[in-house]
Design a protein around this ligand. Sequence first.
Ligand code: NAD
Length: 302
Amino acid sequence: MSAKLIKGTDIREEILEEVTKEVAELKEKTGKVPGLVTILVGENPASVSYVTLKIKTAHRVGFTEIQDNQSPDISEEDLLALIDKYNNDDTINGILVQLPLPKHIDDKKILNAIDPDKDVDGFHPVNVGRLMIGGDEVKFAPCTPAGIQEMIVRAGVETSGAEVVVVGRSNIVGKPIANMMVQKGPGANSTVTIVHTRTKDLAAHCKRADILIVAAGVPGLVKPEWIKPGACVIDVGVNRVGTKISEKTGKEVAVLRGDVDFDAAKEIAGSITPVPGGVGPMTITMLMVNTLKSFKFANGLM
Ligand code: NAD
């Protein structure tokens, strides 16, 4: 059997088209568009390229985008004042502070200073609490887990009553996706198990999974014999396992591998995400969805 490929690149296009259409309609109706600010401190190359992609995507869907680049020497006090300024700016619906921050700045203090109603990353403790409660309480689900759930739903995989096994218990992927899948409601209602480094028999748990979500950061951790025939396999892992010369650009690029042995797993799974091109493209996509949601909340449209 060869599994159905769940391509994040295709789902991204579908969702971004939906967001673009809705932004145009809202502009017509309200005369306003969602506003997103990205705050980048310093020039860490990985951060620069990530922020650039966020800005490009925000422009594509029709948002107003403010790119606020700050010197690496900015004081914690000045950065807090900057966040306060955007918290009080009605044209801004989403505030993103790109991590990592320089060592002299306490990133927890900075992230917690963002107005939870503009925290489109969904990492503020208030939003973590809202996610835990579930239902109407939820404003912003964190973007990578939200992308994972969206992929499962759009692939037509039944979640109600499904055995979901999540490998990894991080605050940005494992714990929130487990919490989302166990909630009452569409795209959830699952029976969820979280496994991690202290789990006694990882294989036995994985073998039970109708939906296996792997976010460990260990290349090839999940072996094909751990996969239940027909299961939906979501591989969140992005691991650099070497470099190669790109055929397109002639430049050296990273070779990326997931946490699942993809070539063998695709012969057993019912559906599976590739790496790259699977979960990866979903994170920024869901950031746009959250910013649009924030705009609708702020304008009494939700
Ligand atoms: P993390 O290091 O914070 O957490 C990894 C978790 O996996 C830990 O809870 C750990 O207990 C568990 N784990 C590690 N090795 C294990 C093992 N051998 N057996 C069982 N459990 C094990 O990582 P993270 O931030 O959650 O990211 C996980 C992976 O997902 C990474 O490869 C990361 O690059 C990737 N990621 C991708 C996206 C995206 O595509 N948009 C977003 C976030 C993370």
